[in-house]
Write a protein that binds this ligand. Structure first.
Ligand code: ZN
Length: 338
């Protein structure tokens, strides 16, 4: 299949020509579609699957109207590409991001944009990265680990001693069939309710979960009726380990401390999604990267990231929430995010 890197290897003229042809083909394809043929997308505002055709936008793109919230949208509304003014550079930027970690300055230099644009683009793309695991299969390692709590980037704030000793609890789960996840659970104490609700569905069925004994993990498995095999690593003759999960913790730690020189807890989940894709047990495939570009909940999460962090801090952290001064998005309230 023709990939983004093939595209970028073409001479500039051929790229332009190809883009024109693609746009042309895309338009033709859309206008020839019957009106009852709808793409497999959801309303980017309320996630409803019920919508109807609502004419075409100025560029010929099909528009749709949601039957639940009555807002209109196209196939790219809410995706990271939404409202991008330099699509060619953005695709290049996306490709660089899928190749591995680079500092913002380096990414700006490689793709020819300002550092502030690079910051925005990186966070738009990070907001589009979902957990890709549907179901764990077979032996599944399960182990919460610690990452230093950080307010990096927050201006005029000095971390006090109590805060400096706080850690964020990050759960690593990995089976031996290439399914793996890193999930930010809480800051400070860890309670059974801090484990995400979606997790028990992924673990029920074929997964045989192995975890080091730890009270919150034990209580979580009991309340959800999940038959975990818990072991005590310090006991003699212990035969168990969670080396797949520990590999993830090691990668996370190396990237955060060495490459990134610390990550604000606000962005820890987003960066974990990136790290797992570029340095996890198995690198993400092309279709996973394509889905990121098509993710219609990206924009809503991007403009609401301060609100999402606030609700996380208020319900899951032993430290107070401090609002960062930054741009307030008028459109933020239009999106239902979780
Ligand atoms: Zn809707």
């Amino acid at each position: 299949m023709f990939s983004i890197s093939d595209f970028l290897n073409l001479p500039a003229n051929s790229r332009k020509q190809l883009l024109k042809q693609l746009q042309h083909a895309h338009k033709g394809q859309e206008s020839s579609q019957a009106h009852n043929q709808k793409p497999d997308i959801s309303c980017p505002f309320c996630q409803s699957k019920k919508f109807s055709h609502n004419g075409h936008g100025p560029t010929g793109k099909s528009r749709y109207r949601c039957k639940k919230c009555h807002k209109t949208f196209s196939e790219t509304t809410g995706t990271p590409i939404h409202a991008i003014k330099l699509p060619g550079k953005f695709i290049h930027f996306f490709q660089v991001m899928s190749d591995g970690y680079q500092t913002l300055h380096k990414m700006a230099e490689i793709t020819g944009v300002t550092v502030s644009t690079a910051f925005q683009w990186r966070h738009k793309i990070l907001s589009a990265m979902n957990a890709s695991v549907k179901k764990y299969d077979g032996i599944t390692d399960f182990n919460p680990g610690l990452v230093a709590f950080s307010r990096k980037g927050l201006k005029n704030h000095k971390q006090n001693i109590k805060e400096s000793s706080l850690s964020a609890n990050v759960l690593a789960v990995a089976d031996y069939s290439d399914n793996s996840e890193l999930t930010l659970l809480s800051v400070g104490s860890l309670r059974p309710v801090d484990f995400p609700a979606a997790l028990d569905e992924k673990l029920k069925g074929n997964a045989i979960v192995i975890a080091p004994w730890n009270r919150p993990v034990y209580e979580f498995s009991k309340t959800k009726n999940l038959g975990f095999t818990l072991f005590k690593p310090e006991l003699p003759f212990n035969r168990f380990d969670v080396r797949q999960a520990d590999k993830l913790h090691k990668e996370l730690d190396t990237y955060i401390r060495k490459s990134m020189r610390g990550v604000s807890t606000k962005y820890l989940q987003a960066y974990s999604m990136w790290i797992i894709r570029i340095a996890g047990i198995k690198k993400s495939k092309q279709d996973d990267w394509t889905r990121i570009l098509q993710n219609q909940s990206a924009w809503g999460r991007y403009v609401n990231r301060e609100e999402l962090f606030m609700s996380f801090m208020k319900s899951r952290a032993d430290a107070e929430y401090i609002r960062a001064s930054g741009r307030e998005w008028k459109s933020a309230g239009k999106y239902v995010v979780n």
